[in-house]
Design a protein around this ligand. Structure first.
Ligand SMILES: [Zn+2]
Length: 133
């Protein structure tokens, strides 16, 4: 457990640097004001500023792409579609099973009437025709 604060000369309390030194122990210096690291351990760093720099950091940290914004949006869209299909099953009385619990996907609109079922199917067919599936 790292020490959060450091007492200088027994009275002046300040944030202690949260970095680990080469010995494996916590750095003994006070952190820079408003930061969690001392100057030696990157407290003065502003991080990447340019778009090229930010992109380089993203590429360096990307491991598998499961949590990219695009992957999350795709999963959310599929989840909303699944929820809509469950709604349709209940509206046309194919099932009387319990509803799926939990948070609904982003973009999910509940389907409660036959007209909404017709509209959803028409929109889905239109999307499939546009995608050429
Ligand atoms: Zn330090």
């Amino acid at each position: 457990m790292k020490e959060p604060t450091l007492a200088i000369l027994g009275s002046n309390l300040c944030v202690r640097c949260q970095a680990t030194n080469r010995r494996g122990t916590q750095c003994g210096k006070p952190a820079m004001q408003g930061k969690t690291k001392c100057r030696t351990h990157g407290g003065a760093s502003t991080g990447p500023r340019t778009q090229a720099g930010k992109d380089a950091i993203r590429r360096a940290h990307l491991k598998h792409g499961r949590d990219t914004l695009a992957a999350k949006a795709e999963r959310s869209a599929q989840s909303a579609k699944l929820q809509a299909l469950e709604d349709i099953m209940h509206v046309i009385r194919i099932t009387s099973a319990k509803r799926t619990r939990g948070r609904k996907a982003l973009g999910y609109v509940p389907i409660k009437t036959f007209e909404e079922v017709h509209r959803w199917i028409a929109r889905d067919l239109l999307q499939k025709m546009k995608a050429g599936r």
